[in-house]
Design a protein around this ligand. Sequence first.
Ligand SMILES: Nc1ncnc2c1ncn2[C@@H]1O[C@H](COP(=O)(O)OP(=O)(O)OP(=O)(O)O)[C@@H](O)[C@H]1O
Ligand SMILES: [Mg+2]
Length: 231
Amino acid sequence: MLSVENLTLHYGQSQILHGISLTAEPGKVTAVTGTNGVGKTSLLKAIAGRHPYSGGSITLDGKPLDHLNAFQAGRAGIAYVPQGREVFPLMTVQENLETGFACLPKSEHKVPEHIFELFPILKDFLQRRGGDLSGGQQQQLAIARALIMKPRVLLLDEPTEGIQPNIIQQIGRVISQLRSQGDMAIILVEQYFDFMWGLADSFVAVTRGEVALSGKAGEIDREALLAKVSI
Ligand SMILES: Nc1ncnc2c1ncn2[C@@H]1O[C@H](COP(=O)(O)OP(=O)(O)OP(=O)(O)O)[C@@H](O)[C@H]1O
Ligand SMILES: [Mg+2]
């Protein structure tokens, strides 16, 4: 289980996260939602070792992930699918996928077939440049690249942003399948309310760098959650 406790984060003098706490269990989808600029991406960056946090703690199965850098966080089993995807535009799909090998021993440097079962389109486009893919295909590639490293924690930062409905549905199915494997904790940052409402096992609403409301599916009130994430 991933556990974040009382996390604070600054950019220079400006404090963005004011003591965020949440947990993410294997085989569950934990949705983190909130309006623009409340600190959702900053939270994921802190977990992924992409930006240093100022205080609090992040632990995985009780083991502290003490201010790891991005490579160390990857080695520890944390994969990050960034907002905006960050596919390498001049590298082929194959090469983009292979960047996921960085955290794996040489003996595992092979793209597993199940990646193409999840995202068949990538197999057809292996030699195409990342930058030539559509936005939806790039999102699939970004998720596939993260899965290559066999993560224990998958961080998805607004995977539906700017994506057409049929690809959104496919991404939803992939997230459900990954959940059903039971071994991966999935944190889904999402502002598309109905998508995350239908998918997640628990919810965390963030306002101005703090948790405003949290709870499990079936217990948390939909309208109360919606009110926290609408202006
Ligand atoms: N590198 C940075 N330097 C300074 N301020 C930053 C930096 N990155 C983000 N911020 C600020 O931190 C705050 C939180 O940003 P963050 O990207 O975490 O929000 P978010 O909830 O992901 O927003 P969105 O829904 O638009 O993606 C914003 O006010 C943003 O301007
Ligand atoms: Mg963001």
